[in-house]
Design a protein around this ligand. Structure first.
Ligand SMILES: [Mg+2]
Length: 263
């Protein structure tokens, strides 16, 4: 019999912790910075001013931005790219992820952290799969290199919660081509299913696209939408039913964002 039959794998942001962090958007027309404040203001979004006229959106507002911009992307009316890419078409939004290169003021989410802590004390296999960057650095909007150390920051945050995690069980998949849901699924397959071969894997995430993708990797995986866990309660079945109903829309959205390089 498997000595460690249960593995629990968690998303990080808004599943185990909430933190401050921002994503900069710089709107360009004809290869030159344009009025980003007005551009985002027309979407009902605002944020702190950043370099070159960029605007710093909260991670929550950025998620809203990504949804709003989808229609423009589908109609080929804009492209979205990273700061190091050369602007070849217009209009272009340059998106700078340097504001999520480290953990800023992380606060634990009690319901999931308690589950992780109890699982740790029982000696279960524990891991994290996050859409944060796993690179050593990224470029910011001014094309300056910014150090990235999400893996170590997450490990030290978890240690403060009384949970010792091996760095190799913290997977940061945000920079890989193919989109976050696909790369989370790959990290699950290689990093947990094949590596540990447990009887059951429980995966917690607040994004239904990730739950869908990771849940399809292996039939031993049970998915839990962490948004439904106010009391540490597991309402998996209800959540999977809801997810099924929303699947069609979400897959379309996910495909167009992948095409645009956002995910
Ligand atoms: Mg999340």
């Amino acid at each position: 019999m498997n000595a460690r039959p249960i593995a629990r794998v968690f998303d990080f942001d808004d599943t185990l912790a909430s933190s401050r962090g921002f994503i900069r958007v710089l709107h360009c027309v004809g290869g030159q910075p344009a009025n980003t404040k007005k551009w985002l203001g027309d979407m009902g979004l605002s944020g702190e001013p950043g370099p070159l006229g960029s605007i710093e959106l909260s991670t929550e507002d950025y998620a809203h931005y990504a949804k709003l911009i989808q229609e423009l992307l589908e109609r080929d009316e804009i492209i979205v790219q990273k700061p190091e890419q050369k602007i070849t078409r217009f209009p272009t939004d340059v998106v700078d992820y340097s504001g999520v290169s480290r953990l800023i003021d992380p606060r634990p989410i009690a319901s999931t952290v308690n589950i992780a802590r109890e699982a740790f004390s029982r000696g279960e296999i524990l891991g994290i799969i996050t859409g944060r960057s796993g690179l050593g650095w990224v470029y910011d909007v001014t094309r300056k290199k910014v150090e990235v150390d999400n893996r170590r920051d997450i490990a030290s945050f978890m240690a403060k919660q009384g949970i010792a995690l091996s760095l190799e069980d913290i997977h940061c998949v945000g920079d890989k081509p193919g989109g976050v849901p696909y790369n989370k699924a790959e990290a699950m397959r290689i990093g947990f299913v094949e590596k540990y071969d447990p009887d059951t894997i429980i995966f917690y995430d607040d994004d239904v696209r990730n739950l869908d993708a990771v849940g399809s990797v292996d039939r031993r995986i049970r998915c839990v939408d962490s948004r439904g866990m106010t009391e540490g309660e597991d309402s998996t079945q209800d959540i999977l039913e809801k997810a099924k109903r929303r699947r069609r829309n979400i897959s379309q959205w996910s495909r167009s964002l992948q095409k645009a390089g956002i995910y």
